[in-house]
Design a protein around this ligand. Structure first.
Ligand code: HT7
Ligand code: ZN
Length: 839
């Protein structure tokens, strides 16, 4: 398959400025008639994209095209001598009911919907399917279905006009038997906007939170970024079959139903938080992505990194800075650091790809957001605000590049960002080694940076790394508040005149996405854990202590010492700290995190040993806190009606952590009481997980009896059973569940719940030494791939850490990668497998 290179970008010789498209909907034979207003902007042939289209006619200015004036290929329609201005009309037929790839126009539970990012529009009709071609749209939908939606404003039933020029990837059409929950919003410019959340009949009592999140997002973008909405209507539609989380189509966002539907009985606090974040994310794209879009797909981070940065800011404002930031860093480390450390490592702005869908990654999204956070830290809030304002003013209506983005900040901050730009082109997580020296009243910090080699990038240059730090005295009093220094060379030093050696609090707020290598006394970490003014650093100190204990227990059989257990217990009981923070402080590093850290320390990780040692550490914490657990849990009660807001959610999070510890001591008695009396899904799921952990024989059947009618709740049921099976049983449990009639692999949520329950939720089960986990996952990837290559390729990343493990496991994984490569996989899966095999 062809590799696309950033360096080969060239604008189109003929562009499309307007599209008139009409749909006669039919599951097996939808007719799409389109009229493209085309305009030449340079010499060359016009090459339109199409995929799987049955072409019924092609005319230019009303005249059927002569054979010598065009070439109709499988995936291209080439016009050899197109005039300067013309109308190109095509009629094609497609079969949405047969489209199981969920890209283009497809059907989900009798409803028509589209997914066009990145290159799905070409599966609908012939078009220049690339983001730098921006056109206005008129859409007419002919169908008996009651609700007919597209982008823009509605002119008549099923007739839509979108006045804002947009690329094809933002096109959307939805048709179905849907019901709306509606509201309105008046923008700061005085425009009244109708807001609708469309769902299948029966789901309408679960839309209130998404609608509320939408209104809060609209107000926030006005207040913080001065950005107002620009159409008369904003529609959100919930779809059960969806490859990703949601899609920001202009004026018509399409969502995976799991990120819209919520009620206290069916959704957990985490679900609510995700709905809030994703609704905001898609809404924020209206400016960062839609009004200003990407010139080409290599610039994906231009919209995604920035929009993640904005949704993280929004969530911090809604839920509290510290807890949100810690959660975002945990997510970054779990997904992006892992990606950066393996064969799939790539720059925030990749330079080549085979299949763009494989680059909707944690690196582009989450590291992309961190890069923007660093930019803001480096230039300061004022220059940031000026630069962002200039970006909106200068580039509204354009398809832009990272160069355009950085140029506005170079101007606003009067600063050369050439070195900073390396963050976009160099893959790999930088290491910053910190060493301290103190003598004769002089305190010196030596800093050294390095970036590890990654595929295709053996040598790296030093980056600009903003290091936020502060100093504490030995009693934990802050003696120097937070300041930021920039590390721009391979090595540098900071010096301070001080009477005694201080306690350094460095990388406050996680000021750069780097790995700190800092060997320091436990006493310093304990001081930070107890006293640091920066909540992130406080949490981080506890995390480093825990990881150190776990790594030594795994590799040297070390005991869990009383000093550490006391510190954990003190924090768990610290009423001055918010419950959500205490819950985060109680959470031990994940098994995957430990496996990666052991690997980096030169120790081959043993998944079973990691699993058992982590459980032993939990047991040690449970014993240390034993007498306090019931009262502590009681203090976290949230009487009154369920509220998904951060305060109550934090109490439930701590309560769930404590219940897990209590279960280790009482065999599930407390969890059983919670399960039987819970009035919300957060508490019920926490208890369900505990009961699965102790092998409760009835709870899975009870849960099923209560919830078999609810697809989203049953996804949780599938996932939890696999994730909480013992490692020995996990593959068998997963296999048994795949045989059920309600395991429908063509539904990505169900597929991800079950297969992800094993690969992510149960690492020791996935990495069974007999290779059964690897073979099971490969079987299912190969079954899914022919119909849904995007999701198969995405799920294949489970294998990206295979080089960490012992030779036997590596051989078993290689066998499966070879099997996939030999099975004539899709372009999507083939690219992923090739990259992982190359390692
Ligand atoms: N921009 C959206 C990305 C997306 C997507 C990409 C490929 C295939 C299917 C997809 N569905 C959604 C989502 C976002 O980042 O907001
Ligand atoms: Zn996005």
């Amino acid at each position: 398959p062809e590799t696309v290179h950033l360096a080969d970008y060239a604008p189109v010789p003929v562009t499309v400025t307007h599209l008139d498209v009409s749909f006669q909907l039919d599951p097996k034979a939808t007719r799409v008639s389109s009229r493209l207003t085309c305009k030449r902007q340079g010499p060359g042939e016009m090459v339109l994209n199409g995929e799987g289209l049955k072409t019924l006619s092609v005319t230019l200015d009303g005249v059927p095209l002569d054979a010598d004036r065009h070439t109709l290929g499988d995936r291209t329609l080439t016009l050899h001598d197109a005039p300067d201005e013309f109308l190109l009309e095509t009629v094609v037929e497609i079969a949405p009911a047969d489209n199981k790839a969920l890209s283009g126009l497809y059907m989900s539970n009798g409803m028509y919907c589209t997914q066009c990012e990145a290159e799905g529009f070409r599966r609908i009709t012939w078009m220049l399917d690339r983001p730098d071609v921006m056109a206005t749209y008129d859409v007419a939908i002919d169908s008996d279905l009651p609700v007919l939606l597209s982008n823009g404003n509605e002119r008549a039933a099923g007739v839509w006009h979108d006045p804002w020029p947009k690329p094809t990837y933002l096109f959307a059409l939805v048709a179905g038997d849907l019901v709306a929950t509606s509201d309105s919003f008046t923008t700061m410019e005085g425009k009244d906007v109708a807001l609708n959340v469309w769902v299948r009949p029966g789901d309408e009592d679960r839309t209130a939170y998404a609608l509320d999140a939408l209104k809060r997002s609209m107000a926030w973008d006005e207040e913080v970024y001065g950005r107002a909405y620009d159409l008369s209507v904003f529609n959100i539609v919930a779809v059960d079959d969806f490859n990703m989380g949601a899609m920001e189509n202009k004026g018509l966002n399409v969502f995976n139903s799991r990120y819209v539907l919520a009620s206290p009985e069916t959704a957990t606090d985490a679900d609510y938080a995700n709905i809030e974040r994703i609704v905001a994310h898609e809404y924020f794209h209206n400016w960062t992505g839609n009004r200003i879009t990407c010139r080409d797909w290599f610039q994906l981070c231009l919209k995604e990194g920035l929009t993640v940065f904005r949704d993280e800011q929004f969530s911090q404002d809604q839920r509290g800075y510290a807890v949100q930031r810690i959660g975002d860093v945990m997510n970054l480390r779990a997904r992006q650091f892992r990606e950066d450390a393996g064969p799939l490592a790539h720059p925030v702005r990749p330079e080549s790809f085979v299949e763009i869908n494989n680059f909707y990654t944690a690196t582009v999204y989450e590291k992309g957001a961190e890069v923007i956070g660093m930019l803001r830290t480096l230039i300061g809030a004022e220059a940031w605000d000026q630069g962002v304002a200039l970006y909106f003013e200068r580039h509204d209506g354009e398809a832009c590049t990272i160069e355009d983005w950085l140029a506005v900040f170079e101007e606003a901050a009067e600063r050369d960002l050439t070195q900073f730009k390396l963050w976009y082109s160099q893959a790999g997580t930088p290491r910053v080694r910190v060493t301290e020296h103190f003598s004769d009243g002089l305190y010196r910090i030596d800093l050294a940076q390095s970036v590890p080699p990654t595929p295709g990038q053996p040598d790296k240059q030093p980056m600009v790394i903003p290091l936020a730090f502060g100093l504490l005295d030995r009693e934990g009093n802050e003696i120097r508040p937070t300041e930021v220094r920039e590390l721009t060379t391979a090595g540098d030093s900071l010096t301070f005149d001080l009477a005694e050696k201080p306690v350094l609090s460095i990388l406050r707020g996680f000021s750069a996405p780097v790995i700190l290598e800092f060997d320091r006394p436990d006493a310093d970490r304990l001081t930070l854990l107890a006293h640091d003014t920066d909540a992130f650093s406080r949490w981080e100190a506890g995390r480093v202590l825990a990881k150190d204990r776990l790594m030594r227990a795994i590799s040297e059989d070390a005991e869990f010492d009383a000093g550490w257990l006391d510190a954990v217990a003190t924090l768990a009981q610290d009423d001055n700290a918010e419950p959500a923070f205490r819950a985060l402080a109680l959470a031990l590093p994940s098994e995957d995190d430990l496996a990666q850290s052991l690997h980096e320390a030169g120790i081959v990780p043993d998944p079973d040993r990691i699993h058992l040692t982590r459980r032993a550490a939990q047991m040690a914490v449970a014993e240390r806190l034993a007498n306090a657990l019931p009262d502590l849990r009681a203090a976290m009660a949230t009487p009154g009606a369920y509220s998904p807001a951060a305060e109550d959610a934090g109490k439930r999070a701590l309560s769930a952590s404590l219940l897990k510890l209590q279960t280790m001591r009482d065999g599930g008695a407390a969890a059983r009481r919670v399960y039987d009396t819970a009035d919300n899904m957060t508490d019920r799921m926490a208890a369900f997980a505990c009961l699965l952990d102790v092998g409760d024989p009835d709870v899975a059947a009870q849960f099923e009896a209560d919830w078999s009618h609810d697809r989203l709740v049953m996804d949780k049921w599938f996932m939890a059973q696999v994730a909480h099976a013992t490692p020995v049983d996990a593959v068998g449990v997963a296999e048994r569940l795949t045989k059920r009639a309600d395991f429908d692999p063509s539904n990505p949520n169900r597929f991800r719940a079950l297969i992800g329950g094993l690969t992510t939720g149960n690492p020791a089960g996935f990495h069974r030494a007999d290779g059964s986990g690897y073979a099971f996952v490969t079987d299912w990837l190969l079954r899914l791939d022919p119909s849904n290559p995007q999701t198969a390729a995405r799920m294949s990343t489970a294998f990206d850490s295979w080089r960490r493990y012992d030779a036997d496991r590596q051989a078993l994984v290689r066998e499966q990668l070879d099997r996939m490569a030999a099975a004539d996989p899709s372009r999507d899966l083939a690219e992923m497998v090739a990259r992982m095999r190359a390692a």
